[in-house]
Design a protein around this ligand. Structure first.
Ligand code: MET
Ligand SMILES: [Zn+2]
Length: 760
């Protein structure tokens, strides 16, 4: 068995790097929304948030983490952990400096905005589907310990009998993920570090012994920061904490840390790395927290293999057991899933089960109480999953193995374009929307009643048909050119597909925080994917029967379906993506047979799954593009294939977007003042393009002048014959009043632009 260096007390034998904060029954979500509605006051909110944090602590102790040695991390953000760092260090954006309200009011202003005060921008955390609030820094930004939440939560845990480990985003990551106006955020490191020193001192004074600095930025490649620079800032953060007498756990996670953290080994006491997606760095000077339990997926750990890996590592130096990342990205507890098919259920581990896995491995590594039954159960589960029916479906595999040579290519675009123009007869600068219309309270209520069995299927379908009728009529009145059915039948653009394809299962309570109070319930993609019967055709065909205009079929693409689900880990993602693609190709064929001439295949997550490391990107872009093409290439040349992407940092993936070979691409652009348009022009994009002219993420109605301005920018850079006019994403989170007004303005703006074009 391993012994530990005498100068550094061994890090706890088993730990996790973070835990879901939304609450086992989404208690925190409810408290947040009640407070925002004014239904509870500040004190009641704080009490609810505190009760939720304490319940989590007690649970972690019950699951086998030690309460006395900093095994248990405490973070407990109300809304977002990056926002917590912003508040802790007083990094108020220039536009709110001197007038940010105290307490919760200020926190919500940053998170949610109010009137003219827009919220902080939101962006995805690394390659996950969690959104953090982006710090807004500038040349006058200053930092100091401005808020005691991190210290208070440590104290609160102590009162509950847990000597916990406070967690904070480290300085390199905080700055690397920030946005700077007139400065490069990383250049503010010298100003920021003293605030970390203040925090460390306050924690030490409160009795903390360890601090966890989350520095995942170290394992990503950045366009405007070098690894050496990030390492130097991370080291300075660790130095500050050690100077205050704390021991430092540096947590990187989220990918391969080898080659990235070695130079920091002497500056910290322990390093937590992802051994599921990466290999072990050689960090003998520090304790290695070996992330052998997957923090981002829901499959049971192969405990035998994990223990073997841990033992091998223990030969090299001190090791303890950890998760590969925080458990923030998985649901709380499998025990809540009583409706899940028992066999599938026996293959899974949610956050609580992962904590138990960590505890079992830690005990086995110590060599004391090896829980043979845990190991035996894991072994049996893994063997069972391998052999279970549906995991490998001969039909699906044979079909993929014998794809025709042209399965991923259509005839050249110019030929398709001519056929489509003749078939579709659209005006110049055609107007359309991205697919969803507002999901009204009535629709949601009907869906909930249908799920509870209070509204029968026929009556529910009638509610949905009425909604489709209303949406089609509205679009006719507004004068849009290509119509949609509005997606009222879809609770979620991925879950709906998962519910209708074989190989997927849905959970009842498997909520994962997406941002703030929002949580999604990712489906579990466990087996080979196929489609038993058409499932969107009925809705699209119904909408088409109501109008002479073209109705766009609406599908979710393979990459997005994978990105927003928990995906099987026993084969490469590329293979799974191709299976989904074939199911979508079947759906497109049925849409065509039903007379639909335009089909949109959404890939909003294409950018999100982009690997954090440059060297891994070409392979990812290759398989993701190939899957999209497999889904769409069998369409007739006359069928116009659209895609929709919702992000504005376009440059990194412009070649891939071109590679998708869609006839029309709509993309987010309104918030970034059409920057995308220049990237496109530079690239020489030659197919249809709809840079979003209306930012649907805000309830604001775009004005006539704004729309004219955005369209003018677009027409300057993009040939008119390629240009479409559309909002930048679906309208499902908007209300009807603002939607009608905004789309009316959009149609008018397109008409004015057409007139301008005709004059020129
Ligand atoms: C996140 S992208 C959303 C696309 C989908 N078709 C919608 O309109 O809602
Ligand atoms: Zn979108």
């Amino acid at each position: 068995m391993t012994t530990t260096a005498t100068s550094t007390p061994a890090f706890p034998g088993g730990t996790i790097l973070g835990y879901p904060r939304i609450g086992r029954r989404r208690e925190l979500k409810r408290a947040l929304e009640a407070h925002w509605r004014g239904a509870i006051d500040d004190a009641a909110f704080h009490e609810a948030a505190r009760a939720n944090r304490l319940a989590d602590l007690r649970r972690l102790v019950a699951l086998g983490l030690r309460a006395d040695d900093a095994s248990i991390p405490v973070e407990g953000a109300h809304y977002d952990h990056v926002l917590d760092a912003t508040l802790t260090f007083g990094a108020v954006p220039a536009r709110l400096r001197g007038r940010l309200p105290e307490g919760l009011a200020g926190e919500w202003l940053l998170a949610r905005g109010d009137g003219d005060d827009v919220p902080l921008e939101m962006t995805k955390w690394l390659d996950s589907n969690y959104h953090y609030l982006v710090p807004e820094l500038d040349a006058d930004s200053t930092f100091a310990l401005a808020d005691s939440r991190i210290v208070d939560r440590f104290g609160e845990a102590g009162e509950a009998g847990v000597h916990a480990r406070p967690v904070v985003v480290g300085p390199a990551t905080y700055l690397a993920l920030a946005k700077g106006t007139g400065i490069r955020p990383l250049d503010l490191a010298e100003r920021l570090l003293p605030a970390y020193a203040e925090l460390a001192a306050a924690l030490a004074a409160a009795g903390a012994t360890w601090i966890q600095l989350d520095e995942p930025a170290l394992i990503a490649d950045h366009d405007d920061a070098t690894l050496t620079e990030l390492q130097a800032i991370a080291r300075a953060g660790a130095d500050a904490a050690r100077a205050a007498g704390l021991r430092v756990l540096l947590h990187v996670g989220h990918g391969d840390a080898a080659g990235r953290v070695e130079p920091l080994a002497d500056a910290v006491d322990a390093i937590a790395v992802d051994l599921v997606r990466g290999t072990a760095p050689d960090v003998a000077a520090a304790q290695l927290v070996a992330g052998v339990v997957h923090g981002r997926n829901v499959w049971r750990t192969d405990l035998d293999a994990a223990l073997q890996a841990l033992r091998a590592l223990a030969e090299r130096g001190p090791v303890s057991v950890g998760t590969s990342t925080t458990l923030l990205h998985v649901p709380h507890d499998l025990a809540a899933e009583q409706a899940l098919e028992p066999r599938l259920r026996s293959w899974l581990a949610f956050a609580d089960q992962k904590v138990e896995e960590v505890a079992a491995l830690a005990a086995a590594l110590r060599g004391d109480e090896v829980d043979e039954s845990a190991f035996a159960a894991a072994r049996a589960s893994i063997a069972d999953r391998r052999a279970a029916p549906g995991v490998r479906d001969g039909g699906v595999r044979a079909r993929l193995a014998s794809l025709p040579a042209d399965a991923r290519s259509r005839i050249p675009y110019p030929e398709r374009d001519a056929l489509q123009r003749a078939a579709l007869d659209l005006p110049p600068l055609p107007t359309t929307t991205i697919g969803s219309f507002p999901q009204t309270g009535d629709i949601r209520a009907a869906r909930a009643r249908n799920a509870r069995g209070e509204l029968n299927d026929a009556a529910y379908a009638e509610v949905l048909r009425a909604e489709v009728r209303r949406v089609v009529e509205l679009q006719e009145e507004l004068g849009l050119d290509v119509l949609v059915h509005g997606e009222p039948e879809r609770n979620d653009m991925v879950q709906y597909f998962a519910e209708h394809l074989d190989g997927f299962a849905a959970t009842e309570h498997g909520w994962v925080q997406s941002y703030g109070s929002r949580a999604t319930r990712p489906s579990i993609l466990w087996g080979d994917v196929s489609r038993a019967e058409p499932f969107t055709v009925e809705w699209i065909a119904f909408a088409q029967s109501l109008t002479d205009k073209h109705v766009k079929g609406m599908l979710t693409g393979p990459v997005t379906i994978l990105a927003w689900s928990f995906v099987r880990d026993d084969q490469p993602l590329a293979e799974t993506a191709d299976q989904v693609a074939l199911a979508l190709a079947d759906e497109i064929a049925d849409l065509e047979a039903a007379g639909i001439r335009i089909v949109q295949v959404d890939e909003p997550a294409l950018r999100e799954l982009l690997p954090l490391r440059r060297e891994a990107r070409p392979a990812y872009l290759d398989w993701s593009v190939r899957a999209f093409r497999l889904a769409t290439a069998a369409a007739a040349p006359e069928t116009q294939i659209h895609t929709h992407l919702c992000y504005s940092e376009f440059n990194t993936v412009v070649d891939a977007i071109d590679g998708l070979d869609a006839d029309v691409t709509s993309i987010e652009a309104a918030r970034s003042s059409m920057e995308v348009v220049d990237a496109l022009a530079e690239h020489g994009f030659s197919r249809g393009i709809g840079p979003g002219v209306y930012d649907i993420h805000s309830p604001r109605v775009p004005t006539r002048d704004e729309l004219d301005e955005l369209l003018a920018t677009a027409t300057r850079a993009i040939p008119e014959r390629l240009l479409w006019v559309n909002p930048d994403c679906g309208l499902k989170t908007r209300g009807y009043a603002e939607t009608v007004e905004s789309l009316g303005n959009l149609v008018e703006a397109a008409r004015r632009a057409r007139a301008d074009v005709a004059v020129r």
